[in-house]
Design a protein around this ligand. Structure first.
Ligand code: XMP
Length: 318
């Protein structure tokens, strides 16, 4: 029978045979899949695994430094690359959701390729692809969602990177990946993280991206996520986040009418992201969170809660 321990033992042995003394490069995203893949490879080949963690400037507040620290604590050989400026340049003035995704995917590949070239004599590219990614990329061939997740997982590698691919989690479902991570001692905080899209906050800022909008959304999102944790709701939710809407709404401050930004909060229950229900968060929680956002985050004067299920709505707004 399948157990996480026997999977780890067999996979480590297989990876050692397959890779030998070669060098492997792997892109960490901060998510569970790439992190578990890195742990397995680290256990198998140690210092011959070179991890690259790219900051695209669209991560959650403080996430890049916090997650980088966690990776270092796990003993991984990881290089953090802050490429925020390159991503922001590529996104300037772009408001089409698919073109935003494409720009981010393109820059990610460029940055990753630059970094991979710095690892001398590397012959393998490791990916945290899991079984549902394989299925999805097959069924989505040619469709609009063919670009989804392509830059991190399936979709192969660009021609200019002539590396062999190793995907140790390719046969596993998400819950199995979590069990494998747990059996290898991965921190609960990392294991229990909500899924987060590769293009990050870029698809939660409707319309074009500016540094100011990213900063506002990071603050709003941080209040929401921290409160979910404080209220012991984080682990009961499959995915949560905030969306910056492209509308200004009227408010009052003293005798003045103001026109400021409106944000939506989204929290869903799901097992695989294919279908999802909005979460019935307690009114007291929503009340406290809304007040805190409006009091703390300059430029926001209205908070709404998204009560749409998937289908027909999607989890993300773009
Ligand atoms: P939707 O919005 O399609 O999202 O209901 C389903 C799941 O996929 C994530 N998602 C993405 N992940 N790149 C990603 O890596 C993307 O372009 C992308 N778009 C959506 C979304 O966060 C949810 O978990």
């Amino acid at each position: 029978d399948w157990t996480p321990d026997s999977f780890v033992e067999e996979t480590v042995e297989k990876l050692q045979k397959q890779i030998g003394g070669d060098r492997v490069v792997l892109g960490l995203s901060g998510g569970v899949d790439s992190s578990v893949a890195a742990m397995l490879l680290h256990k198998a080949i140690g210092e011959n695994l070179y991890c690259i963690f790219v900051n695209n400037g669209l991560l959650r507040k403080d996430e890049f430094t916090q997650v980088l620290k966690q990776y270092e604590g796990m003993g991984l050989n990881v290089k953090g690359v802050d490429a925020s400026a390159r991503f922001m340049d590529a996104l300037a003035g772009e408001s089409d959701p698919e073109l935003k995704r494409k720009a981010i995917g393109r820059v990610f590949i460029e940055v990753f390729d630059d970094e991979a070239h710095d690892v001398k004599n590397v012959t393998w590219l490791a990916q945290g692809t899991i079984y549902p990614d394989v299925i999805e990329s097959v069924s989505a061939t040619g469709g609009p969602s063919a670009t989804i997740k392509s830059h991190h997982n399936v979709g192969g590698l660009p021609d200019f990177m002539k590396l062999k691919i190793v995907e140790p989690l390719k046969a596993l479902f998400k819950d199995e990946v979590r069990r494998v991570g747990k059996s290898m001692g991965m921190a609960a905080e990392l294991l229990g993280r909500h899924p987060f899209p590769g293009p990050g906050l870029a698809i939660r800022i409707l319309g074009d991206i500016t540094a100011e909008k990213v900063a506002i959304l990071q603050e709003v999102d941080a209040v929401f996520i921290n409160n979910l944790k404080k209220w012991d709701l984080y682990d009961k939710v499959w995915q949560a986040g905030a969306i910056l809407l492209p509308v200004n709404s009227v408010g009052v401050m003293g005798d003045e009418r103001t026109y400021e930004k409106c944000v939506a909060l989204r929290a869903v229950e799901s097992t695989d992201g294919m279908t999802a229900d909005w979460v019935n968060l307690p009114y007291e929680f929503l009340q406290a969170t809304s007040n805190e956002i409006i009091n703390k985050v300059k430029g926001v004067n209205r908070v709404v809660y998204d009560i749409s299920s998937k289908p027909p709505a999607t989890i993300e707004w773009e």
